[in-house]
Design a protein around this ligand. Structure first.
Ligand SMILES: [Zn+2]
Ligand SMILES: [Zn+2]
Length: 415
């Protein structure tokens, strides 16, 4: 008998956690929080359902040895999928893809992530990992972060899968096509599909946009950046998310090709040097092996020869530039719901800087989500990681798919 228990993320974007258990074996996939909490008291966080209802993993005084074999599997390194790891007290293995672990180590080295003392383990794509009675297989996928995996969990009789966060038509559509075909062939008992794009009640679920498979949105994003590099007389300042390594690499290469190299913050320069060891990397301060320093004075003297990368935490540094144009490429803050975003906009007005959004989402559109569900065609599709999962449910059912909206912390039995 296998049980499936949803521990979070049923009506929120992120924090989606599921537990699959059989006898003495248990898998938990993803371990995020919907928001970074300043409240460090575990008991309060558990009571508020901010942490998943597995107190035995957070409170060392609870000595419940129900599971001989157990592990946490992480689909990708976004905080809404990992932030609860910071509270983990029980010494159980935490698995992630090899590429995710490489990213994690580099983020720690660059000072961009906390060094958690956990039992990290890696998996390779399509290589099953046995945890007692259960088997987990990761599949490479497409999202706006390296290492993203879709996860298949099997008890030998039932198959459950977690899509991870997903988009179609980024750089890795072929990977998505591959795992959807595999999942389809298994006739999954449950397919847990992220539903970020179905999150706003005024959207009409019936009105789905057209698919645009011919467009690679990451390439388009790069094209917008290249156009800015060619046309701007002011210094282009770009705000990027460090965990989106592929975009950092793309922008670095585009900037070099357009003879307007990016001058990176030291932490980003260190990170990029790991992924592009042979490339010339320009940075703002000395001390990083293999990088070349460009000062603010040099940039002001030749504004058409450089671009600058800036993170919100270092926003005030931009007063050193005589004239700049701000290009938002999905580094934080991301939107109006974040008070920092308003602060950013106000700062730019004060500096007479133009503002342009050039980024692209890591999430599939509504039409694309329906397409993924159709490609997999599980016995039941669960939509989570969404503010309005019932909108997705309606769209999926209208397309002949069977859906299921589970209840939080309820144990569903699969005989
Ligand atoms: Zn997410
Ligand atoms: Zn994500």
């Amino acid at each position: 008998m296998t049980f499936v228990r949803f521990l979070g993320g049923l009506k929120t974007i992120g924090g989606n956690i599921v537990e699959i258990s059989q006898g003495n074996s248990r898998i938990i996939t993803d371990f995020g929080l919907t928001q970074q909490s300043s409240q460090a008291d575990v008991k309060t966080l558990l009571a508020k359902h901010d942490l998943p209802a597995v107190p035995e993993l957070f409170l060392p005084q609870i000595n419940k040895e129900e599971y001989v074999h157990q592990a946490i599997f992480i689909s990708h390194l976004h905080l809404d999928h990992t932030a609860a790891l910071e509270y983990l007290k029980k010494n159980i293995p935490v698995y992630m893809s090899r590429a995710s672990y490489e990213l994690y180590q580099q983020l720690v080295k660059s000072g961009l992530a906390t060094n958690l003392k956990l039992d990290f383990q890696v998996f390779d794509p399509e290589v099953p990992v046995k945890i007692g009675n259960l088997t987990v297989t990761g599949f490479a996928s497409d999202h706006d972060i390296v290492g993203i995996s879709s996860l298949l969990i099997s008890d030998g009789k039932h198959n459950f899968a977690h899509s991870g966060d997903i988009r179609l038509f980024g750089d890795h559509y072929d990977e998505v096509e591959k795992w959807t075909k595999k999942f389809n062939s298994l006739h999954l008992d449950l397919f847990l599909l992220e539903g970020t794009s179905f999150s706003f009640p005024d959207d009409k679920a019936g009105q789905l946009e057209q698919l645009q498979p011919e467009v690679n949105r990451e390439v388009e994003c790069g094209q917008r950046f290249a156009l800015a590099l060619k046309s701007l007389t002011a210094v282009p300042v770009v705000n990027l998310y460090p965990r989106n390594i592929e975009r950092l690499v793309r922008f670095q290469k585009l900037a070099l090709a357009n003879q307007r190299p990016i001058v990176w913050e030291p932490a980003f320069a260190r990170l990029l040097k790991h992924y592009l060891p042979a490339e010339t990397i320009f940075t703002q301060t000395a001390g990083i092996t293999g990088t070349t320093v460009v000062t603010w004075k040099q940039i002001n003297a030749a504004p058409q020869e450089y671009a600058v990368q800036n993170s919100f935490t270092n926003l005030k540094q931009l007063v050193k530039l005589n004239k700049f144009a701000y290009l938002h490429a999905d580094g934080g803050p991301l939107g109006d719901y974040d008070p920092d975003y308003l602060q950013l906009k106000a700062f730019l007005v004060g500096q007479n800087a133009t503002f342009q959004r050039i980024g692209t989402s890591g999430h599939a559109s509504k039409r694309e989500l329906v397409k993924v569900a159709e490609m997999v065609r599980a016995q039941k599709t669960v939509i989570w990681h969404s503010f309005e999962p019932q909108l997705a449910e309606a769209a999926l059912e209208a397309n002949g798919l069977v859906t299921f909206l589970p209840e939080l912390n309820h144990k569903y039995l699969f005989k």
